[in-house]
Design a protein around this ligand. Sequence first.
Ligand code: ZN
Length: 143
Amino acid sequence: MKILKHKFVDNIPDIIEDKVLYVSMEYETVIHKCACGCGNEVVTPLSPTDWRLIFNGETISLEPSIGSWSLDCKSHYWITNNIVNWSSTYRQKEINKVRRVDSEDKYEYYKIKGKMEQPMPEEIEKGKQKQSFWRRLLSKLLR
Ligand SMILES: [Zn+2]
């Protein structure tokens, strides 16, 4: 079982220590080193469409789970009361599905908020490209 410490900071420090959750209210962000020990820094922005921070006065929880799909380790875990709880590793197909749902949620959220002047999330653009006529034709030919 991996137990983390947390630190409330004004600025994100230059050196991110292992097993420490840095919480910056100023930047509405939590940053920590990937719990698998790979050394990569994991940034979890706090927003209605990203992560929620729960501080009970002693320990911190982050929701939803942390899925480092873009890292080689593909770590997926929950941080609950400063404890790392490992989740089963998603296969790439499922990862893509989760990512797509995430960006659709985000798209809907910002549409509702009337922030449509913002560029569409990159993932939605990618999804669209996949659906393009030429891609579909190509996949038919390759079948
Ligand atoms: Zn890792």
